[in-house]
Design a protein around this ligand. Structure first.
Ligand SMILES: [Zn+2]
Length: 476
């Protein structure tokens, strides 16, 4: 007997979008058929008619339960929201897996850092999870030597920052030499490098200049963390990828120059992938000037209308592979505390809204197909980060991570619709069409009709392995 059958929904697969039935046994999808063909009995049947059936969303960029620098908040002890809260919000938003970060701190090795994060999340997450391992600053050779073991143990992605984030604990920039060393090891062992690409010297120079000129207000953040900085860092990183053979995933692309560098690298056949944040598609640096404009900020920062247009072009046309959030949820007060370009807090309270905004702005407004929507919100992250086809696809043998979207919902987002551990959302007041109404994690219904049915013991650590075609050329 089957455990679950979804009948009559519009099922989105890489081959087609059509009315199909999906059968689940245990944690796996066991059949995707024409309607009415399945005659096995099922413990539960869900009528999915009128719903769009997609693979569970995958959030590739989240910072959960991480200390927020006092430099930003003006107070000690602020942490981003807990795994329970973030994964609960994610589940309501149609996301069934997230990738957070493991950072070696206080003498821990990279392998120990991953273990610490697995412990922190196990028993505390409603959805599945994994971690990018952080190599920032001057990583000692014995840390870099662990990259092979990290990858073989299922941690397929390393994260670097090419710019210092001041504060406590400090987040020093990875210099070119160490970026090269990390890329070299990643290439040897078939992993990928996730790069936060900014040019430290340009940003420092502009920060000093804006301070000198009395123009260092928070709303000028994009003049310090600017287009030129992204331009030269992305191009240099692409060149290093070419020299080392490493795959690169650029997190939060902000500028048209960033998109251009990705297009160029991919045209040269390199395995270069770009990520856009959903609020970078909908806001610009003009929004910083609104009352409470800090709320719109995530590093490196919103740019200009032409940059937003370039991000949309990448979103619709293929240069951008994924949509993420840079989830970093705090209450509103610390988010608003910083008043200068050096103290404005980055990060976005957004893990819940990612799918609904991508659907509403993308599919409902006719910019992308349902299949492209699925690529951007789920399957490309699964491919680039090494969970495919276990995750990111509705197919026989894959995990039954499935989301039902009701395309008939028209709604103005209210704070009461959302489930993050926070007292604001920049999406409050946004009109959307379409809403994720049912979320299924490995065969188990965890959210249905606005009710949380899952529990935080259900989320599991996912081991990842990137397919070779993803690392030899742009595969998605
Ligand atoms: Zn981030």
């Amino acid at each position: 007997m089957l455990d679950l059958v979804l009948r009559g929904g519009q099922v989105v697969t890489p081959q087609r979008v059509a009315e199909m039935d999906v059968a689940v046994l245990g944690e796996k999808i066991v059949a995707v058929t024409e309607p009415g063909v399945l005659d096995a009995e099922a413990a539960r049947t869900i009528d999915a008619s009128g719903r769009i059936v997609v693979p569970g969303g995958i959030e590739p960029h989240a910072h959960i339960a991480t200390p927020v620098p006092q430099l930003w908040t003006g107070r000690p002890g602020v942490e981003t929201q807990s795994p329970e809260a973030a994964s609960r919000a994610a589940a309501f938003g149609g996301t069934t897996m997230l990738i957070d970060f493991a950072r070696p701190l206080y003498g821990a090795t990279p392998l120990e850092a991953v273990e610490q994060r697995v412990q922190r999340f196990s028993g505390h997450s409603y959805i599945d999870f994994a971690f990018h391992c952080v190599f920032n600053g001057v990583s000692p050779p014995e840390h870099i030597a662990q990259i092979g073991e990290l990858i073989s143990s299922g941690v397929a992605s390393m994260k670097v920052w090419t710019i210092t984030r001041p504060g406590d604990p400090p987040n020093p920039a990875t210099d070119d030499g160490h970026l090269w060393a990390v890329m070299d090891q990643v290439a040897r062992h078939n992993g990928i490098v996730a790069v936060h690409g900014e040019d430290e010297a340009i940003v420092e120079f502009m920060t000093d200049k804006l301070k000198r000129e009395g123009r260092d207000q928070a709303y000028n953040i994009h003049l310090a963390h600017n287009n030129l900085s992204e331009d030269i860092t992305f191009r240099k990183t692409v060149r290093m990828a070419q020299r080392t053979g490493a795959g690169v995933y650029f997190v939060h692309v902000t500028a048209k120059e960033g998109v251009e560098a990705i297009v160029k690298g991919r045209a040269d056949g390199l395995p270069i992938y770009g990520e856009v944040l959903h609020h970078f598609l909908c806001f610009t640096s003009e929004d910083y000037k609104k009352p409470e404009g800090n709320l719109y900020h995530t590093n490196p920062g919103l740019k200009f209308t032409e940059d937003r247009d370039a991000l949309w072009e990448g979103f619709t046309g293929g240069a951008i592979s994924t949509v993420a959030t840079d989830e970093y949820t705090t209450p509103k007060a610390p988010k608003l505390a910083g008043t200068t370009i050096e103290t404005i807090q980055g990060g976005h309270n957004g893990i819940e809204t990612r799918l609904m905004i991508a659907y509403s702005e993308g599919v409902a407004k006719g910019r992308v197909s349902l299949q492209r929507f699925v690529e951007l919100t789920s399957s490309n992250a699964a491919r680039v980060m090494g969970m495919y086809p276990q995750k990111g696809i509705i197919a026989v043998g894959s995990d039954a991570d499935i989301v039902l979207i009701d395309p008939s919902v028209h709604k103005t987002i209210a704070l009461s619709d959302l489930h993050a551990d926070s007292d604001y959302s920049i999406w409050e007041g946004t009109e959307v069409q379409g809403w994720p109404v049912t979320t299924i994690l490995r065969g188990s219904v965890i959210v249905e009709d606005g009710k949380l049915l899952g529990n935080p013991q259900q989320g599991r650590f996912v081991k990842r392995k990137i397919a070779s075609n993803v690392l030899t050329k742009p595969a998605c």
